[in-house]
Design a protein around this ligand. Structure first.
Ligand code: BGC
Ligand code: MG
Length: 564
């Protein structure tokens, strides 16, 4: 594979509203991010993805953009962003922005024009159709609940919104609109950003001509994924988008696309793919708190292992996934992957080892490095997200009691990951000097950066060791380009694989259980990373302590003798 500048990046995702407030208004902002650059650098990060900071009425916290050219004053100014990009660059960190081009905000001037004249120039920028007998054009359900169509006053027209009503979908069939978007994208690339995380891009093509499907819920609607995800013909636009923008700047692109057909994978993320990389979603539906997995933590992790390894083998040397465990749309991993009673330093530090040494671009989410956990609420009113409230309503409609519906939301809600970053044990967790826009979880006095900062045995210090090993000059190429080989497949208790390149063989072993587990195969070598003080061997095989995670270089020294 041809080497590219972005191949060795280690990413960190920032949800700007919740990262660091600098001006005492209770909301995170760009100068706040700037003030934490040293922290980010010290963590070994080389790629910063910042969720949307553009002008927005914040119906979906910035994923509803009303002016692509402006930074929302809540976050700062264009100059602040430029300063952040430049300062990050000095530290060897590439900044990427979130590119939301499946939809705009309903406050975007294009859409305001479209409302005034649905058949005019800007009406054609959106997906607007006549209703049928006083009903919407079809019975598609929005991804965030309710009908995907909203009437435009009394006009008889409806507009399509796959997400909230405040996020009308753009009409990509319109070449003029596409050109406008490319112009805007290139403008940001000119500013010196390193690329984009590309939002919801799998949905830009819609098939509005297919037959209606039967309703699949009491709302009389149906989930119409096959009509608006990876629809045939989308790839023409993806190529055009790349050629008119990203390619000209050799920038890094990370796309949010799930369910790419296996045979199309290389077209997406191969050497000449539409994107540098895409997120690997394969673990997203695994949640230990869901009935199918309850009390079977290691079985669930082993199931994720099966899916992850399949993908690693499929792409082996042909392209990269972005490997992440948390983001702003999911609950935190301690609560998703581990039972409460199993959450301790060893189990929490084992989790990043599963992912960081795979082929691909590893991406961390703010707060993951200190083990932030979920914040279940006493009442639905404590949640703010529209999508959360829509799912709550749907659950009630399906016949759940209020308590049952709240319990479900508490176990699955994406807002758990959006609580303010826990910097210290001070009031408001050092995030702000005033009451933050979203409540700080009660556990912040125990779990915060300040407490972990200078302790060798903290999760934060362990994460720093993980990223340092991922970037160490003598192993870097093997982590990036090395062949992937699954190990210890005979058991569900271990997550183990080797990466090898030019005679170097690096071996990653993690115990997915709270009991001691012995490897089936002999394994020895120099220990490069370990969440315990030493390793124990029995007859050439490794005896892994509860949740122990070890990285070693095979053929170099002996695991028993070379304690870290
Ligand atoms: C983002 C979400 C957002 C949605 C609509 C996504 O996939 O990650 O946070 O609500 O797109 O823009
Ligand atoms: Mg602020």
């Amino acid at each position: 594979m041809e080497k590219k500048w972005w191949h060795g990046l280690i990413g960190y995702q920032i949800y700007p509203k919740s990262f660091q407030d600098s001006n005492g208004d209770g909301t995170g902002d760009i100068p706040g991010i700037l003030s934490r650059l040293d922290y980010i650098e010290k963590m070994g990060i080389s790629l910063l993805w910042i969720c949307p900071v553009f002008q927005s009425p914040m119906v979906d916290n910035g994923y509803d953009i009303s002016d692509y050219e402006k930074i929302d004053p809540m976050f700062g100014s264009r100059e602040d962003l430029k300063r952040l990009v430049d300062e990050a660059k000095k530290r060897g960190i590439t900044v990427i922005l979130d590119l939301v081009i499946n939809h705009t905000s309903d406050r975007h001037p294009w859409f305001q024009e479209a409302l005034r004249d649905p058949e005019g120039k800007y009406g054609k920028y959106y997906i607007i159709r006549k209703g049928k007998n006083g009903q919407p054009p079809n019975r598609w359900r929005s991804l965030f609940g309710g009908s995907a169509w909203e009437p435009i006053g009394e006009s008889g027209y409806y507009y399509l919104h796959l997400f909230t009503v405040g996020q009308p979908d753009l009409n990509w069939e319109n070449a003029e609109l596409r050109r406008e978007l490319y112009r805007m994208i290139n403008g940001w690339l000119e500013l010196g950003i390193g690329g984009f995380r590309i939002d919801a891009i799998a949905h830009i093509k819609k098939n509005l001509d297919g037959p209606e499907l039967p309703a699949d819920g009491p709302d009389g609607l149906y989930s119409a994924m096959p009509y608006f995800r990876n629809v045939e013909g989308i790839e023409d636009w993806l190529r055009e988008l790349k050629e008119n923008t990203f390619q000209k700047y050799d920038c890094f692109t990370l796309a949010e696309v799930d369910d790419i057909p296996e045979e199309r994978m290389e077209a997406y993320i191969g050497e000449d793919g539409y994107y540098s990389t895409v997120f690997d979603f394969c673990h997203c539906h695994h949640n230990l708190q869901n009935p199918e997995w309850e009390n079977r933590g290691s079985a669930m992790l082993a199931d994720i292992r099966r899916l992850v390894f399949e993908r690693q083998l499929r792409m082996n040397g042909k392209g990269f996934f972005c490997n992440y465990q948390e983001n702003h749309d999911m609950i935190r991993i301690p609560d998703r992957f581990l039972a409460k009673q199993d959450q301790n330093f060893y189990s929490l530090s084992m989790l990043p080892v599963l992912y960081f040494f795979l082929a691909g671009v590893p991406m961390l989410y703010q707060g993951q490095e200190i083990g932030m956990t979920d914040f279940p609420r006493q009442s639905i009113g404590e949640y703010l997200d529209l999508a959360t409230h829509n799912s709550y309503r749907e659950l009630l409609q399906k016949g759940l009691t209020e308590a049952e519906a709240l319990d479900r939301i508490n176990r699955t809600c994406r807002e758990h990951s959006r609580t303010p970053m826990q910097w210290s044990g001070e009031k408001y967790a050092g995030f702000s000097t005033v009451e933050p826009w979203f409540a700080v979880p009660p556990g912040y006095r125990d779990c915060n950066v300040e407490r972990q900062e200078n302790r060798e045995d903290s999760l934060l210090s362990f994460f720093r060791r993980v990223t340092a090993l991922r970037s160490r000059a003598e192993y870097r190429d093997t982590w990036i380009y090395g062949d992937f080989e699954p190990l210890e497949q005979g058991t569900d208790s271990l997550w183990a694989f080797a990466r090898s390149l030019k005679g170097q063989r690096l071996c990653v072993l993690a115990n997915l259980t709270g009991q001691e587990v012995q490897t089936g195969q002999p394994c020895s070598g120099r220990v490069l990373l370990n969440n315990y003080d030493g390793t124990e061997q029995a007859g050439g095989k490794l005896l892994l302590k509860p949740w122990q995670a070890v990285v070693m270089e095979n053929g170099k020294g002996n695991a028993k003798e070379t304690r870290e």
